[in-house]
Design a protein around this ligand. Structure first.
Ligand SMILES: Nc1ncnc2c1ncn2[C@@H]1O[C@H](COP(=O)(O)OP(=O)(O)OP(=O)(O)O)[C@@H](O)[C@H]1O
Length: 940
């Protein structure tokens, strides 16, 4: 437990043997089944696990942790980059067998070998299983450390104050120590003897050893045993990514050709491949494959879960005989005592599954005819001694090595009972009539009842069980179990009947989880017709035009949900219709972006979408509903969804440090171009946005009809929430500019601008060419005959009929100009050349100015000498608008009519210097800067 660093800090000697002992301790692991077989070197099998940051525990405190970052084992205690406080307590969650224990072991090994985590001087790994032994003892923290790490005692380590210590507490879910964070008294003396719960609560609260860091691992269900305020960071082990699944098998199968054949075989059986994200499952699969390959070929590898688990059962039973009974490899797996054991374990598995128990005690074992002693011996095969405590308590607790093993054995028990006796354990009436036994109606009933019960189960706890039960009905699987299951009862009718029943159930409208489960069941029955039919249809690449049955839609849902490319869902790829959307909703829910634009959707879709996005488990972050007929009623539904506490439609959550406190910002994209939304819809949207802390980055309402009231509300909203509106405006106008849309009413655009964007511009007389006459408080210029006799000035255009404004442009500025004759409206750098003729100083010729020339008949834009004539006819008098966004690097020109802004052109780039508006006027022409603040409609 002591790293080399420690030797510098401790007074007492550190024995070399201690170090070696500890390195050895972490170097080896027992794979899959604890304490069975020979241990393996961790470095030979360890495959990197995917760990994500985030996931809430308890209340809101942890909600701001982004689920998107991926802390590695190396930076798990560093925390997010912007977090300045030290990470004291990390809780790592993860389902059974996902690799939490191995993760901590790898951490310790890297540290003990001096490869990583060397900033810790002392690592103290405990398991809650070990701590349970002390649950009623009085012990001090020092005493506890000395007890488990005797070397600390030898080196007389009584204070950890000046050491960087990490406590690792593995398996909180196994804790039998009840932690009461509210009532437990505070203790800060590490030498004070207290009960274990008091000690742990004070350690976690930071009363004991506040400088120490703590790492707790747990199955998710137990994570909220610790209140959120005691946790600095939550991480989650999600198991192996696809590439790591491959890596795992290439590490385990030394022969790489064999490894790749195995990997492609597993990939071919999707359900197996999906389950491989669980390391324990990989280990089971590996154990089975290894055995099959010793005696058979790759073609004989299992295709379904049931086949795989049957192999697993056979392998493990053989291993047991080999190990404990001295039998040879070739002996049959099934002898009377192994048959009896499997029967008893099956009974235990089924009865406990019905009670939803995953752990059980000696009394449960004996009720099922299992001898506790023998079970312990057998534990390396089917059950694991969960906790064999020595010392104070002698209670033994058991569980199957994985929940799926329990479900398999439970299914086997139901199958076996039915085959042997005709009794349907799933039915209320357990016995069956002689008639139905002979005529076989009850045979189908067993499987139909299982399917029905699975569909009724609210949390899917019978899913795997049902898959196994159905799988066991296949003659090929019964053949595999020959010797274990004695066939004396009714014969099992064709599994096609069950498949038929499932297809009928698929015609109902079901939750996505149920759809997926039913397809997995069909897979176990090797009935893949429906899926293959749709897959074939998809491979044509054409959208679906024909009518699909409900079952066919479900097959499509299943295929899409099982695909690796769920990020962006584009409804048009499949079928751009409301019916398709309603059928594919589970896929939309699981995607991060849903492109539902131009799909003929109505408010009906909005209603269901709103329910969907309000759900906690909706993954959607972006929703494009543009070009649909959702109308006001649809928008009202969306507005309702925005009120949901789960924050609908987007949910890219990130943290901002605002004056030292973390603030949650929700980014919301609403794209509703051309949705026939009118004032009413916008009004309800505005009111929701006001009452809800939403940070809108994109609100595209172009091509709608908001009308004055809605415009007023939306613009008032801007005033209230500047931050939001800055973004709001940016993106809105960009959309507008880019698409050059012309249907937005002018007043709407103007209202979207902030008051500060309406800068009052004036013409700068020191820049004016001598024949340009200024009037109306320097807001109007005319090219006249008389020299205006301006004094010489370095800023003045001497030979070119141009002038600039006094005000520079930063941020965003919008202005309008009334013009007559032939003029050029420009934006240039302030350093623009002034002395020389048009060839030297003319706007639009170089990289330092952008301009729109307006004259009778046409508009032309010019930059760097490149001209673009725009097909817009105008009179020789008119009005134009310019919108400059300095930071975004955009200059846009518009023609202005009474009610409309017509986008002419946008230049994009990066501005390196301050900008200033400018004009060139041919003889007889005028420009007049409009006072928009004066002109703005009264409702703004
Ligand atoms: N990173 C890994 N590389 C290779 N194999 C692994 C890895 N992680 C786990 N395994 C395999 O999965 C088995 C179970 O892992 P582990 O005991 O760490 O899971 P766990 O999350 O602690 O489960 P539980 O919640 O049941 O305690 C290991 O015995 C090993 O066979």
């Amino acid at each position: 437990y002591c790293s080399f660093n420690l030797t510098h800090h401790l007074k007492g000697p550190i024995l070399f043997t201690d170090l070696c002992h500890n390195v050895r301790r972490y170097r080896c692991v027992y794979e899959g089944v604890a304490k069975a077989g020979t241990p393996t070197l961790l470095k030979n099998i360890y495959t990197e696990l995917h760990v994500t940051e985030g996931g809430a525990i308890g209340g809101e405190a942890n909600k701001d942790l982004s689920p998107h970052t991926s802390p590695t084992l190396h930076n798990i205690f560093r925390g997010p980059a912007h977090q300045h406080e030290p990470i004291r307590t990390v809780v790592t969650k993860g389902v059974a067998g996902v690799g939490k224990t191995l993760l901590t072991q790898k951490f310790c090994l890297d540290w003990a070998e001096g490869k990583a985590h060397q900033d810790f001087q002392l690592l103290l790994p405990f398991t809650f299983r070990e701590l349970n032994v002390f649950r009623d003892a009085q012990i001090s923290l020092v005493g506890l450390v000395h007890h488990f790490f005797s070397e600390t005692k030898k080196t007389r380590l009584y204070s950890f104050k000046n050491l960087k210590v990490l406590f690792i507490l593995d398996g909180l879910d196994e804790s039998q120590i009840s932690l009461d964070f509210r009532k437990t008294k505070a203790v800060s003396d590490i030498a004070e003897r207290v009960s274990m719960d008091v000690l742990l609560v004070n350690l976690l609260r930071g009363n004991l050893l506040p400088s120490a860091q703590i790492w707790i691992t747990t199955r998710p269900a137990a994570a909220n045993k610790i209140p959120a305020e005691c946790i600095s960071m939550v991480t989650e082990v999600t198991g192996f990514t696809n590439s790591k699944k491959d890596k795992y098998f290439s590490l385990k199968f030394k022969d790489q050709t064999q490894a790749s054949a195995i990997i492609s075989h597993i990939k071919g059986t999707r359900s197996l491949y999906i389950m491989c994200h669980l390391p324990i499952f990989c280990w089971i699969l590996f154990t089975v494959l290894l055995h099959v390959l010793k005696t058979g070929t790759i073609e004989q590898l299992p295709q379904t879960l049931t086949e795989m688990y049957i192999h697993f059962l056979v392998v493990q039973t053989k291993l047991r005989s080999l190990k404990y009974d001295g039998r040879s490899q070739t002996d049959t797996a099934w002898r009377p005592e192994t048959r009896k054991m499997v029967r008893s374990l099956g009974k235990l598995a089924f009865e406990q599954l019905q009670k939803r128990n995953l752990i059980f005690y000696e009394c449960d074992l004996s009720e099922c005819g299992l001898d506790a002693e023998a079970a312990s011996l057998y534990s390396g095969l089917f059950t694991q001694v969960y906790m064999e405590e020595s010392g104070l308590y002698q209670d033994k607790v058991y569980c199957f090595i994985h929940e799926s093993v329990q479900e398999f054995l439970a299914a086997l028990h139901v199958h076996q009972t039915f085959i042997n006796t005709g009794i349907n354990l799933l039915s209320e009436e357990k016995t069956m009539s002689i008639r139905s036994m002979f005529f076989g109606s009850s045979t189908e009933k067993v499987y139909q009842t299982a399917v029905d019960q699975m569909l009724q189960s609210p949390n899917g706890h019978l899913d795997l069980f049902t898959r196994f039960l159905l799988g066991l009905s296949l003659p090929s699987n019964q053949e595999r179990l020959k010797g274990l299951v004695k066939h004396s009862g009714p014969s099992i009718r064709s599994p096609q009947k069950t498949a038929q029943y499932i297809t009928e159930r698929l015609e109902e409208s079901l939750d996505s989880e149920k759809i997926v489960s039913l397809f997995y069941c069909l897979n176990e029955l090797k009935e893949r017709g429906l899926v293959e039919q749709i897959q074939e249809r998809l491979s044509s690449g054409r959208p679906i035009r024909e009518r699909l049955s409900q079952a066919q839609w479900s097959a499509l849902v299943f295929i899409l949900l099982s695909s690796d490319h769920l990020e962006v869902f584009d409804l048009k790829k499949y079928c751009a219709s409301e019916e398709a959307l309603l059928n594919l909703l589970p896929v939309v829910k699981a995607s991060s972006t849903a492109l539902l634009n131009s799909c003929d959707l109505t408010e009906k879709s909005c209603e269901v979408l709103c329910m969907m996005v309000s759900a906690k488990d909706c993954a959607l972050t972006e929703l494009d509903l543009s070009y649909n007929q959702i109308q006001d009623s649809g928008l009202k539904y969306l507005a309702l969804a925005l009120r949901s506490p789960h924050l609908p439609i987007q949910f890219c959550i990130f943290e901002l440090e605002l004056r030292g406190c973390k603030t949650m910002i929700y980014v919301c994209h609403l794209c509703m171009t051309c949705c026939q939304v009118t004032g009413d819809g916008c009004v309800s949207l505005a009111s929701v946005l006001r009452s809800h802390q939403t940070h809108l980055t994109l609100l595209d309402l172009s091509k709608n009809h908001p009308g004055p009231t809605a415009v007023k509300q939306l613009s008032a909203l801007q005033g209230e929430c500047m931050n939001m509106c800055e973004w709001f405006l940016d993106v809105k106008l960009f959309e507008y500019l880019e698409h050059g849309e012309r249907t937005n009413t002018k007043c709407f655009i103007i209202c979207l601008l902030l008051p500060s964007d309406f800068t009052r511009l004036t013409l700068d007389p020191t820049t004016a060419y001598p024949y340009l006459k200024l009037s109306q408080n320097s807001t109007k210029a005319s090219h006249v005959e008389q020299d205006q006799a301006y004094p010489d000035h370095t800023s003045r255009f001497d030979k070119c009929p141009q002038l600039l404004c006094s005000e520079g442009l930063s941020g965003r500025t919008y202005w309008e100009v009334e013009w007559s004759g032939s003029v050029l409206i420009a934006v240039s750098y302030r350093s623009f050349a002034r002395k020389g003729n048009i060839a030297t100083c003319g706007f639009g010729l170089g990289p330092d100015s952008w301009c729109l020339s307006c004259s009778k008949g046409t508009y032309t834009v010019t930059h760097k000498g490149k001209r673009l004539d725009l097909p817009y006819s105008s009179s020789s008098r008119g009005r134009a608008a310019v919108y400059v966004d300095f930071l975004a690097g955009a200059v846009s020109f518009y023609a202005v009519s009474l009610e409309e802004l017509v986008h002419l052109h946008t230049f994009k780039g990066t501005f390196n210097e301050p900008l200033v508006p400018g004009f060139r006027l041919l003889f007889g022409s005028t420009v007049k800067l409009c006072d928009l603040l004066e002109e703005k409609p009264s409702y703004v």
